[in-house]
Write a protein that binds this ligand. Structure first.
Ligand code: SAM
Length: 311
């Protein structure tokens, strides 16, 4: 049975195997990354089920009712968190599914381990945090949901000051409960990325993180990017689905383009950043498609940039 190797992770993240070993060997050793490639009749059946799902799906990203859906979802996690006696394991969002086939190298694979998607993401997240945040003292995650990414960051770097922002109150409350019970240097705040509160001042030299939250703005990200340019932050790191990175001549990619397009996940963030770069306003430090994702789309592409400050 094939297994995701250090070299595979390195290709996916856009770095060397040695770098992955140094930053993530401990995390990789905790999981089983073996899988089988889905082929032949099984692949046909899977593709058919995806096409039907795309046809039937009615979710509209950014629709007014979505705010209530998020609030209710994170309230369920909050109740689970409290009910479990503050178990951090209850913070994994339900949209990271267990046991499903996943996308890998523009193909579908069936992992042996039901938590493959979560575990692969956790390796990438650790690599990302060690690569970009090791010498940053303040990190803000916008659209932080349950705060489970910030928990991973707090466990790696307990001394950093961390902020979780979201537009629903159950998220801010959950993040504050986590901080209180686990004594993390972390706080939760309300913040709407579509109409950013420009008086919410970010610390000089801090970093901004988004993981699957710009995707939820239905392409209305310009005010947020302007806000980030105004703030004295040193780095903006996005992990987001990026429709522009697929190859429309590849069937597996094409299905993701159809799925993301139909729901209306944000598009154009990358072209927008490239235009700002051309105008000399930002510097793009990294763009990397991971060639990894869930059954329906690749949600974990990496974009890192910073504003160019006038001398
Ligand atoms: C897919 S979840 C990702 C949550 C978290 N970053 C994670 O990786 O688990 C999207 C998050 O974006 C938040 N969100 C959606 N629209 C937002 C907006 N306009 N302003 C701030 N947060 C928003 C949702 O409440 C939700 O927590």
């Amino acid at each position: 049975m094939p297994v995701v190797t250090l070299e595979d992770f390195a290709r996916s993240f856009g770095t060397t195997a040695e770098d992955v070993r140094e930053k993530c060997a401990d995390r990789i050793a905790q999981s089983n990354f073996s899988y089988t490639l889905i082929e032949g009749a099984e692949r046909d059946a899977l593709i058919l089920s995806i096409l039907k799902r795309i046809e039937e799906d009615r979710q509209v990203i950014g629709a007014p009712e979505r705010q209530k859906v998020w609030d209710k979802g994170w309230e369920e996690n909050l109740n689970d968190f409290i009910g479990s006696g503050y178990d951090l394991g209850t913070l994994v969002p339900r949209f990271i599914r267990r046991g499903q086939p996943v996308r890998f190298n523009a193909d579908y694979i069936q992992p042996a381990n039901p938590a493959f998607e979560l575990d692969y993401f956790a390796v990438f997240r650790q690599w990302l945090f060690k690569t970009y945040f090791s010498s940053i003292s303040h990190v803000y995650e916008f659209g932080c949901g349950t705060g489970f990414n910030l928990v991973a960051l707090a466990q790696l770097y307990p001394e950093k000051r961390l902020f979780g922002l979201d537009f629903v109150t159950s998220s801010a409350e959950l993040v504050n409960r986590i901080a209180e019970h686990h004594r993390f240097n972390l706080s939760g705040h309300l913040f709407d990325m579509i109409t950013p509160d420009r008086s919410f001042a970010l610390e000089k030299g801090s970093a901004v993180l988004t993981i699957g939250s710009v995707e939820q703005l239905a392409s209305k990200f310009e005010a947020f990017v302007e806000y980030l340019q105004e703030q004295p932050v040193s780095l903006c790191v996005h992990v987001e689905p990026t429709i522009e990175l697929y190859d429309e001549n590849n069937l597996v990619d094409y299905l993701a383009i159809r799925f993301q397009g139909k729901r209306g996940y944000t598009r154009n963030l990358l072209p927008h950043l490239k235009e700002l770069e051309k105008a000399g306003k930002v510097e793009i430090l990294k763009v990397k498609r991971l060639y990894f994702g869930s059954l329906y789309m690749e949600g974990y592409n990496c974009m890192v940039w910073r504003a160019v400050r006038q001398a």
